[in-house]
Design a protein around this ligand. Sequence first.
Ligand code: GDP
Ligand code: MG
Length: 163
Amino acid sequence: MLPVVAIVGRPNVGKSTLFNRLLGERQAIVHDISGVTRDRHYGESFWNDRDFTVIDTGGYLPGQSDAIVSGIRAQAEIAIREADVIVFVTDVQKGISREDDTVADLLRRQDKPVILAANKSDNSEKALDAPEFYKLGFNDLFPVSALSGSGTGELLDRLVELF
Ligand code: GDP
Ligand code: MG
């Protein structure tokens, strides 16, 4: 069994973009799993000679924010159970939201390592807002841009240390 990395966070922070970025050129093994887990996506990746599985979470029901929050919670709980390391994605351009707090509360209540990806840090000015997310209580924090790939190498260096 390869180490498992789960990507969690509220909708629209860039989880799927980061997932695709982490998979890089080795997308061949990506597959969707039907049935109850159809909202999740699995892929295999490697970095610094370490192979690992990545899980993307998401696919929340549109509509009421209560449904969104319980969807986030359910997805995060599954991911936490399966993961060896969790990547918690947030959006520096939006700041900390109530839904980020919901996810953070869940993650703090378990003992798996968490890396916070302060995503949408597209340039050095936007990256200045990343330290705000230390308030969520996780020490491993990386400003990244899933869109451009900037910062993701540093995140991956740390990630594979945690297996
Ligand atoms: P998810 O719902 O968390 O999976 O988020 P997605 O990966 O679907 O991305 C949501 C939106 O954010 C899309 O329009 C992405 O193009 C955009 N996005 C993702 N990563 C970045 C980033 O690093 N910078 C910017 N500016 N936009 C991003
Ligand atoms: Mg997604």
